[in-house]
Design a protein around this ligand. Sequence first.
Ligand SMILES: NC(=O)c1ccc[n+]([C@@H]2O[C@H](COP(=O)([O-])OP(=O)(O)OC[C@H]3O[C@@H](n4cnc5c(N)ncnc54)[C@H](O)[C@@H]3O)[C@@H](O)[C@H]2O)c1
Length: 253
Amino acid sequence: MSRPLENKLALVTGSSRGIGAAIAIRLAADGAYVIVNYAASPARAEKVVKEIRNAGGNAEAVGADLSTVQGINKLIASIDQVFGASFGGRLDILVNNAGTVVFGPFMEGAEDSYDKHFNLNVRPLIALSKDAARRMLPQKWGRIINIGSIHGESAPIPGVTMYVATKFAVHGFTRGLSRELGATGVTVNAVQPGFIDTELSPANGQAEDMKKLTSVGRFGRVEEIASAVAFLAHPESAFINGENLTVDGGWSA
Ligand SMILES: NC(=O)c1ccc[n+]([C@@H]2O[C@H](COP(=O)([O-])OP(=O)(O)OC[C@H]3O[C@@H](n4cnc5c(N)ncnc54)[C@H](O)[C@@H]3O)[C@@H](O)[C@H]2O)c1
């Protein structure tokens, strides 16, 4: 089996479940040593690590609540403290996946709606990208992959205005940083999923309406986002930079 990411260290934020877990499992299957970040559930993160190890891969769970500056700093410190002996402070692949959405009309939203969305969907993504780029630049190779959303390009449904604002920020940041790092061997891209059946966007009462808007007629699977991330992480994807890759079953066609 081909292992294009052999000897690479990959960090996937929020990878104890959902899309992040699928990305961690896929990058490990492609040969990367994966840091499985989680905020609240060590048991679920350990389950992901176990699945990776059982399949012959390498992974370690690191707890850090990325909605706080302390959590971001803790995760950054672990790259040296936990993995420094094996990887010398290197980081090859960063996948900024952790994210949240609070559904409901903007005008009825809680006062802390801004903090809840921006402190998780945007602040750690920017801080971790800066730290990762510092580690990647000397080796002239790196992949920063941000998980955006189709809500980062338009606002297809009401009731998620703050989420839309954060995902537009993710796409804008992706383009801006890709422009700055373009000639260094470090690429910066985003994957923008459509509706994927996870705890964040469960196939609930709206499911049938959502499916009708997707030309392939179903919700996406987490593995289908993971393969798009693996594609962008692949050494052969060096000429793809600043791209927001839509994986939405034709929703936004
Ligand atoms: N599911 C969808 O339909 C969909 C569509 C477009 C984009 N996305 C994006 O995909 C990403 C993953 O979403 P998902 O659907 O797997 O959702 P999910 O709720 O299942 O997973 C979110 C992940 O983020 C982690 N997380 C939550 N708070 C955290 C914190 N404070 N610190 C660190 N990690 C934290 C969770 O533990 C979990 O692993 C998000 O960025 C989301 O915006 C999802």
